[in-house]
Design a protein around this ligand. Structure first.
Ligand code: 8YV
Length: 328
């Protein structure tokens, strides 16, 4: 019997490709070219499965052009690159890669918070530019993390990881807002109190965004929200570009309406709003919150496991539209 054909849309670990080749006829992308939609469609035609990353958009146009497709396995917990409704209508199973990146991503969220509050990259640029001539009492004086109020918008697994680091490691007061309130046991674990979005914006000394991107969460943080924040506050976005209005944020940073920001994700990335590149009080990283080798390997392995289980007629570990499995 011939093996199912799959496309691996971006370069991944050779070990994962070898594992996939034991089960599938694999077309991969070893040069890691980021394909345009027509290029993706041309390669996906005739394939029954796809291994995708967050930058590979699977929508109705792709689905109509690739009628053999049965499953797309995302090597990411976020899946805003999938039009899930269109996939479900087309009978295409979607899977993501949750859990395996939670702690690594929470570590990074905290690292970005600390770099932002303590002005680490800004001061390093100053030093590297040869501008450090003497000590002074307020040179790169930032804001405290210990004892400060940590605000978290989006209290899923990663948000909870950040809350625990803040509460238990740094003695922070943790407040959060989420679509639904956590149960009492989880709140106690995270030492976190539920507040309204407005109270979160007004009270947080450091606000971390960890909510999923959707049409509803587009520009959750814009000029009006930034205006509610303390002028001494910092903002960290490790969620998705588009949750923050980057132009409004750049203006707020420039005018010091908030103290600083740390951003790992951007609207229209890998392009970055030019105004963000020209303000000093922002730490910028290229979407690397989950980037440790063990975690990226675990994410890739989970995406591969989803594909393998599906074609073996077993239940894939992390389906996003499991109603399709129930009717199988
Ligand atoms: C990925 C991410 O690196 O998992 C996610 O949702 O944002 C990152 O961990 C990226 O999406 C590539 O797939």
């Amino acid at each position: 019997m011939s093996k199912p054909r799959i496309l691996v849309a971006r370069a991944v670990f050779p070990e994962v490709i070898t594992r996939l080749e034991q089960h599938f006829e694999v077309e991969s992308n070893p040069t890691d070219e980021a394909w345009s939609k027509p290029q993706l469609i041309a390669r996906l035609k005739g394939k029954q499965g796809a291994f995708t990353t967050g930058g590979d958009r699977i929508d109705a146009e792709v689905l109509v052009a690739c009628p053999d497709l049965k499953i797309c396995a995302n090597m990411a917990v976020g899946y805003n690159n999938f039009d899930l409704d269109a996939m479900t209508t087309a009978g295409v199973l979607a899977t993501n890669a949750p859990d395996v990146l939670t702690e690594t991503t929470a570590d990074f969220g905290f690292a970005l918070l600390m770099a932002t509050a303590r002005r680490i990259t800004e001061s390093e640029h100053f030093l590297r530019a040869g501008k450090w001539s003497q000590w002074s009492y307020d040179m790169f004086a930032g804001s405290d993390i210990h004892g400060a109020t940590l605000g978290i918008l989006g209290m899923g697994r990663i948000g909870q990881g950040i809350a625990k680091r803040g509460a238990h490691g740094f003695g922070m007061k943790v407040i959060y807002h989420n679509r639904s309130r956590l149960d009492a046991a989880l709140e106690a674990d995270c030492k976190a109190s539920y507040v309204s979005k407005e109270e979160l914006l007004r009270s947080a000394d450091h606000l971390v965004l960890v909510l999923p991107y959707s049409a509803e969460s587009h520009h959750t943080i814009g000029a009006a929200e930034l205006a509610m924040m303390k002028p001494t506050a910092t903002l960290v976005n490790i969620a998705r570009g588009g949750i923050v209005d980057d132009a409004a944020l750049a203006a707020a940073l420039k005018d010091r309406r908030i103290a600083a920001a740390g951003l790992d994700v951007f609207e229209g990335e890998p392009k970055v709003h030019p105004d963000l590149l020209s303000v000093p009080n922002v730490v910028l990283t290229p979407h690397i919150a989950s980037a440790t080798l063990p975690t990226r390997m675990a994410m890739a392995d989970l995406a591969a496991s989803n594909l393998i289980a599906f074609f073996e007629g077993k239940r894939p570990p992390t389906p996003l539209n499991p109603s399709l499995l129930a009717t199988k």
